[in-house]
Design a protein around this ligand. Structure first.
Ligand code: ACO
Length: 381
């Protein structure tokens, strides 16, 4: 408080510690991300997505029996109710964006399960890929495909999108991505989920709200534009003039800068390695090389145009490349981020419910206090 009465505002809540968590730790100066005890590079390319979800929900990795049971439980909850399919059909006829269709469809999942948090969480994690794939196919005049219970979460997602069983390299690439972005401290969407669940609302509402926060370009909506930028550049000779033009015009380079990381985002590290491996296997090395040059030049020019800001590569840059290499169109990038992050949101909801105290910060009033009522016919503005 200043002068005992005016509270100091933490702009954007930067630096405010809003909760204790065992789920993930982000050290922006050291460039370190820990997920439930594991450095991200230790976990991301080794775990199946089901193992990572289990880890977040239970704070330990499952042994074979519980893992098999968990996989089965998730696989059994993939199908969508008719009401959800009807909504997706109506949304497709309006050409609604995939992320918005997902946001709307989530709210139809809730009815019987909404107040049993574990049931709701299973349902949400299991059904996200079904919603996204069914909707994307409808949007592209294709019939939605039934889930394949014999396939794991990541493989089944690719199968339901494209209709063929993915190669192991593709499953590995997607699984690495899903594990890498599953949780990330008190980011905007996670905070949103925790605020909603702290009111003793239900898990479906918390996840619906979180999705609304995720879709903004300053949070999860950046990978599409990051990929567009690489394609617009198109050739190594154009990298520097293109980036200079953007920065000189005061534009932001998508895929760079982060509120917390002041060094290269450790997730960019993991995803760059996964993209390199995928692009080696599908013979698209030229695009990967171009992206590396764009990254190098962008970081150098950001230091020149924004000295002292420490703007480095963030997770979205290599997300774009990796997901493109898996055959995903850019309208699927943010929904695929959500397919992973829903596990983090639900884990945070469980954590918030265990230690719950209503999240209710304050604001500093800066408006006037002495207005007097003027009847409508006398108002001049
Ligand atoms: N390109 C050019 N300039 C940038 C960039 C960028 N990518 N990022 C920040 N800046 C500049 C700003 O223009 C500002 O400069 P100024 O003070 O001279 O006006 C300065 O750096 C600080 O910017 P802020 O917006 O205050 O920084 P903040 O920490 O709030 O922003 C953010 C972080 C939103 C991610 C920002 O870096 C950005 O817009 N990046 C591009 C979008 C993006 O990649 N988003 C995905 C983030 S990762 C994630 O959430 C999953």
């Amino acid at each position: 408080m200043v002068n005992g009465s005016t509270p100091t505002v933490a702009d954007g809540l930067a630096g405010v510690v809003a909760a204790q968590t065992r789920l993930s730790s982000v050290d922006g100066e050291a460039g370190e991300l820990i997920i439930a005890g594991f450095p991200v590079a230790e976990l991301a390319s080794r775990a199946s997505f089901e193992e990572t979800v289990y880890l977040l929900w239970h704070d330990h990795l499952p042994s074979p029996g519980p893992l098999a049971a968990f996989r089965e439980e998730l696989a059994a909850c993939r199908d969508l109710p008719q009401v959800t399919l009807n909504l997706l059909q109506a949304a497709a006829s309006q050409k609604t964006a995939v992320i918005d269709a997902l946001r709307m469809a989530v709210n139809t999942l809730g009815l019987p399960a909404a107040h049993d948090s574990r049931q709701a969480a299973i349902r949400l994690v299991a059904a996200f890929p079904t919603i996204v794939t069914a909707y994307w196919r409808l949007l592209n005049q294709l019939e939605p495909l039934p889930a394949r219970p014999d396939l794991g979460h990541a493989a089944n997602y690719l199968y339901m999108l494209f209709g063929w069983e993915p190669e192991p390299e593709q499953v590995h690439g997607l699984e690495t991505y899903l594990n890498t972005v599953v949780d990330h401290g008190m980011n905007a969407s996670t905070f949103t989920a925790r605020v909603i669940i702290s009111t003793q609302s239900d898990m479906i509402s918390a996840v619906g709200g979180a999705l609304g926060a995720l879709k903004g370009p300053l949070h999860g909506g950046a990978p599409g534009p990051a990929l567009d930028m690489i394609f617009e550049i198109g050739d190594t000779a154009r990298v520097e003039p293109y980036l200079r033009r953007k920065l000189a015009a005061g534009e932001r380079l998508m895929g760079f800068g982060h509120r917390v990381y002041k060094v290269r985002d450790p997730r960019a590290e993991v995803l760059a390695a996964a993209a390199a491996r995928l692009y080696r296997s599908n013979n698209q090395q030229a695009l990967y090389q171009l992206a590396c040059q764009v990254e190098q030049m962008a970081v150098a020019l950001l230091a020149e145009y924004k000295p002292g800001r420490q703007l480095q590569t963030n997770v979205e840059f290599y997300t774009a490349l990796l997901l493109h290499g898996l055959g995903l169109t850019s309208d699927l990038f943010t929904p695929t981020f959500a397919i992973s992050r829903v596990a983090g949101w639900t884990a945070h909801c469980f954590e918030q419910q265990r230690l719950n105290r209503l999240i209710r910060p304050q604001s500093a009033y800066v408006g006037s206090k002495d207005r007097r009522w003027i009847p409508v016919e006398q108002r001049l503005n």
